[in-house]
Structure formats: C-alpha cells, structure tokens
Design a protein around this ligand. Sequence first.
Ligand SMILES: [Zn+2]
Length: 171
Amino acid sequence: MNRLALFSELAAACLVAECGKSPVAGNTDPTTSQIVSTNMTVEKVIRTDAEWQKLLTPEQYRITRKKGTERAFSGLYWNNHDPGLYRCVACDLDLFGSDTKFDSGTGWPSFFRPMLENHVATAEDNSLFARRTEVHCARCGAHLGHVFEDGPKPTGLRYCINSAALKFEKK
Ligand SMILES: [Zn+2]
C-alpha cells in the first residue's frame, strides 16, 4: 500500500475529525481501520480493498466493492415481506425500512425511499451504454444498486438494490 497516498486521503477526510492516529503501512488488521467524521452527519468508514475482501463474502465483495449485480430472483431479500430493517452489509448503517419496500416484479429488493436521506448517496453511472443513477452507502461507499424514476407514490422512485449488499434485521 502506498502509505503517503493513503495518509493524504485520510487527512483530507479528517479535516474536522479527531482521528489523530496515522495509518500504519502494511497493517491490514480491520480493527485499526480509520473511522472518521466529516462535516456531514454520517461518519465515513474507510478501509482498504484488502480489508474489505477479508470482511465480506466473495459475492458481497463483488457487489459492494466492484459494483456487481446479482442475478434477478437469486438474492435473499427480493421476496422478503417480513417487517424489519435493511442495513448495509459492509458497515451496518441502516439504509431501508420494510415499510418502504414494494413488489417491483424485477427480482431485486425495491424500495421507494431510504430510511434517512443522507444514509444513501447517488452518482452518475454511464456503464453498459445506459445512463443510470448508481446508489451507494453514504458511510462506507458500498455499491448498493441503482435508483430509477418509475417507482410508486409518494416518491415515484424505485431503489433497485442487491440483496447481497444488505443485511436484514427482523423486527
Ligand atoms: Zn456501508
């Protein structure tokens, strides 16, 4: 790992945080990873690629860190109707509630709204010759899926999310 590059990246993210420890080159112990605050209300979780690979299953890693997509109707949660909370599989942040989940018929868990606006972030995605809006966890950057504007009321949005990016907590 390039210590200097990592350090400057962390330093930039640490402007308003109290993370005094400098990262140790070659240290892959996930417990010492930096968790830093920004001037947003959501704390950032920053880990190296190698750390994520250790913490996640190969499928979770492929989806969340490599922006993969699980096969439709193959995931754990597309047909889950239990009441509860969907958290980020990588950092545990609460992302979606079962009360906003709806049957989209797509084979992926679909929600019309995140739990909290600032827990889910979006970015333009121009891959696959299509212009889509990518959705990721605001805390750790895990790729979750995409958001489309063909959802139900009240938002008209459809957050099309990979089950592999989620961890369900039954109420
Ligand atoms: Zn996360």
